[in-house]
Design a protein. Sequence first.
Length: 437
Amino acid sequence: TINRQENERAESLMFADPVPLGKLFMETHVLKILFPPSPSYHDFMTTKRPRSAAILKLCESILFADIPACHQYLIKSGISTSKCNPQNWATTLLSDCIMFIEHATHVLYIPKQPSSGQRYLTTELMKKSTKLQHKLLISWLAETSSKNTDLVNNCSRNHPLTNEIILETIHRRIISSLVSNAQFAKQDSLSLAALSSQLLFHCHTATRLRRNISTLLIRVLLRFRKFGVDDRQFNYEVSLQDQNSLVHRILQELSESTLWKPQLHDSSKESGSKRKLRLKPKSPSCGYSMDDILAIIPLLEALSQHAHTYATYDVNGELSQQMKCYWEEVLTNNGKDSFAKDDNFLKMMILTYLSTGALNTSSTIASYLLPLARDNVSASLSSSKFLDSVLTHIERHLNNAIAPCTRRAMVKKHACTHFLRNLAMLKGGEWSEAQVR
């Protein structure tokens, strides 16, 4: 009875003031007129553009003021309708918002008149504008999204529906630019993915922003071949070369980050540089909290699934070399444990999670080890010996991690047990009774 009364009261409030919904429809229609459904980079680069500041204000008004005000309409739109699908208009409206806001972001920070008598923008000016656009898009995902406090009502977090629309908008821009043959398009996609990766792997990034960026990049990796918006169905077929280019760019940022090279974090502290990416400082031991690690893990596994399938681990040689050294120590069981040292702790964690992701794309142990281990190690390796070596390696790490109840021990135990859980589902390996125990 109480729930029914609350629903009735919510319905009466929802339909009492239709102004926010009408405003949202009107603003979306304005964007539709300014930016047609099939724009081209040629149109964006001509001088016939609306003012950048006005477009930015309109987009932020939709995202941070109108969408939160209309979320009850959009969620409960089908309560009083019966003959047609009640969710059609809400889905169409949100799809239009995503598509037209993405189109609008291409003209932000571009001057209306590049210079007298010049019809097209210069390469330098286009790169500068694109860099500012990327920073703006990522800032929308941060805890304090807009400098205009009137729009966000002094709230530090985005509305969940707003956050979802921003994620889909950036996702759409990365994919649509990646498949385009227009000038600056592919560079736009790779640069946006690179900036996202830099912030994802940086030790000073706030956990909520890190989690949002990880979600974004995972969606890009998992939805390479299907990308649809409303009934227009933008089905983009991303070539294997373009897929590998984007995966290479993310892996390259990983290999150059403080997550892979903790000494970069120490040098940045000595230089005295400050970054306003987080609200609270993290533990000085490794710079990453357990929540940060859990936010990065799904992306590492998604990257590994693609890299393992197409054998594209080798970015600049270092990641591939370290992966082979890691597995050589595991399989030979020679007593060495160079990755257990303090300096290599995060590196060992990354290699373990990358190895875990590769398990999901392998059908046998032989196919799993082919891109990971050296030929002289994996050529004559039996299934039983492989399982024995892995279990010995994991047992040694778990025993070392049980004693101190620290964040580092928690990460190490999570990495080892997560790998073991996925290994148990790998075909081609028969577990003996002793191995099960």
